[in-house]
Design a protein around this ligand. Structure first.
Ligand code: AMP
Ligand code: ZN
Ligand code: FE
Ligand code: FE
Length: 290
């Protein structure tokens, strides 16, 4: 890609489909990426690779697809543990230990979702688990699916409101049985993948981890940090960039597109060709081309 002349390639390395909590099917997602003028898209559904095959099958000409996932992790160095997200690119989707771990997390998400529904119902909130599960359509279940049920019931007006402290942001939020982040970095590397810490400074989502932990993760195999993300303030983006430079990590920027479950659009943030090429060089799975 470096030999290309003309405008810089547009590279968006974080997007969700209906395989988790996005609203476009994997096929629609790659179509939308092409329509948005992207050159490279990464499909990164939560804790699953189920969207990979349908996305590859529908890949429009000219679009390259990085197959990835966003792993639900936790850091137990604080009490309670801090939840965090690890993007994993170009790993072997058949690596047995990683496959087992993702299946465990997806099952735990379903139990947690059902328990959150129980809490809501105990307070007289008219939502039910079968409808929410059906709304997830077989994809990895998450709070956005519960948010849709609250909207359908007329209890909140928007996803933003559903994620407020009175609802899924705090009062009815239960922890997930996430993967220890050091184990996750090790598993992704063992599966030939490239681990990148998603929105590491997103204070507006809740607690974040200290820089010292990120340095330890770098020593354990972390490849990069996502700096440009809508949940980072300009100062947070700069901080992440500086930390990455200090630790020799690559830096990405991405939309974290979720269809209509969020307002952000594909390509809203992008990644440099240099970072893209480092990821491709380190990953075991080929980039798919349309
Ligand atoms: P879960 O994985 O079930 O804890 O749900 C987290 C998901 O909800 C993530 O994919 C986020 O993209 C989404 N999310 C978190 N906070 C918000 C928010 N304030 N508004 C909309 N979506 C959010
Ligand atoms: Zn999500
Ligand atoms: Fe995330
Ligand atoms: Fe995400």
């Amino acid at each position: 890609m470096t030999s290309r002349t003309g405008p810089a390639p547009r590279i968006d390395l974080h997007a969700h489909s209906t395989a988790s909590d996005g609203t476009l099917t994997p096929a629609e997602l790659v179509g939308a990426a092409s329509d948005a003028g992207l050159d490279v898209l990464a499909i990164t559904d939560h804790d699953t690779t189920a969207g990979w095959a349908p996305a590859v099958g529908a890949l429009p000409p000219g679009l390259r697809l990085i197959r990835g996932a966003e792993l639900s992790c936790r850091w137990s160095g604080a009490q309670p543990a801090v939840p965090l997200h690890l993007l994993a690119y170009l790993f072997d989707p058949d690596h047995p230990e990683l496959v087992a771990e993702l299946a465990r997390v997806r099952a735990a998400r379903e139990e947690r979702g059902e328990r959150m529904v129980d809490l809501l119902r105990a307070d007289g909130v008219d939502v039910n688990w079968p409808d929410i599960l059906a709304g997830a359509g077989g994809g990895t279940v998450g709070r956005p699916h519960l948010a849709q049920a609250l909207i359908r019931a007329g209890l909140v007006g928007s996803v933003r409101e559903a994620f407020g402290p009175d609802w899924l942001g705090e009062r009815y939020r239960l922890p997930k049985e996430d993967i220890d982040v050091f184990r996750a970095v090790g598993l992704v590397r063992a599966a030939g993948g490239v681990p990148v810490f998603a929105h590491p400074r997103a204070t507006r989502r809740g607690r974040v981890v200290p820089d010292e932990l990120i340095a330890e993760l770098a020593a354990a195999g972390l490849a990069g940090l996502e700096a440009d993300h809508e949940d980072h303030s300009p100062a947070e983006r700069e901080h992440v960039r500086a930390l990455a430079a200090e630790l020799g990590l690559l830096v990405t920027g991405s939309s974290d597109f979720h269809g209509t479950h969020k307002t952000v659009q594909l390509g809203a943030f992008s990644t440099s060709v240099e970072a893209y090429e480092r990821i491709v060089a380190e990953g075991v799975t080929e980039v798919a081309s349309g």
